[in-house]
Design a protein around this ligand. Structure first.
Ligand code: ZN
Length: 214
């Protein structure tokens, strides 16, 4: 996701997701095409898949495969995390969250900027699941790096219960609220092939009508 400050909206979420290739339920570590894509990134920025391209669009609609312990403990995993963070922090197209399918890796991995923590660090979450959603919802603007030149309003739960594995593959649970909870909902949607445009309330809007601020 990417935040954009517009005159009419306090914050827009633009999301970048990392997408990898296909799935296969019983994969252990990363497969050869995944390893090749990760190696080519060299820990730097990766190409972001967008719905403007047909094959990218089909890829973004896949359901991503969970990561195994073997994959998470691999050298490729550390390199993929660095590359996803480099991509979401691209000064020319900055985001607040990214999911692996958006960069061509169809695995259940997201990076989220924790606006609810001191220093607002980016953190990585393996196999994240939303296990609870609050009844209270809020309508807010979102955008996505995989959906260029549009944004729109989406209704999201204001608080979520989150279950995930950390980078040591240890199981964790957490309650997340507010804007950070919205980012998690947007990114985890990507892992199921869902884009924010599937959840729009009202018509999509074009951000170029208003100046962008950070
Ligand atoms: Zn997105």
């Amino acid at each position: 996701m990417q935040p954009m400050m517009l005159r009419s909206f306090p914050r827009i979420l633009v999301c970048v997701m990392v997408a990898t290739a296909a799935a296969g339920c019983a994969r252990q570590g990363f497969d050869a095409p995944e390893r090749r894509l990760i190696a080519e990134s060299r820990g730097g920025m990766m190409r972001v898949l967008t719905i403007a391209d047909r094959s990218d669009s089909l890829f973004l609609r896949r359901s991503a495969t969970p990561l195994t312990a073997e994959a998470v403990h691999s050298r490729e995993f550390a390199q993929l995390c660095r590359s996803m963070l480099a991509t979401v922090r691209n000064p020319e197209n900055e985001g607040v969250g990214i999911a692996a399918p958006q960069v061509g890796i169809s695995r259940r991995l997201v990076a989220v900027q924790r606006f609810d923590k001191p220093g607002e660090p980016f953190e990585v979450y393996v196999n994240p699941e939303i296990v609870r959603m609050s009844d209270s919802v809020a309508l807010g603007p979102e955008g996505c790096l995989s959906v260029p030149d549009l944004y729109g309003r989406v209704e999201r739960a204001q608080e979520i219960g989150l279950s995930y594995r950390d980078t040591a593959f240890v199981e964790r649970t957490e309650t997340v609220r507010g804007y950070t909870a919205v980012i998690f909902q947007h990114e985890i949607d990507h892992l199921d092939g869902v884009l924010y445009i599937d959840r729009l309330v009202g018509a999509p809007l074009r951000p170029h009508a208003a100046p962008q601020e950070k």
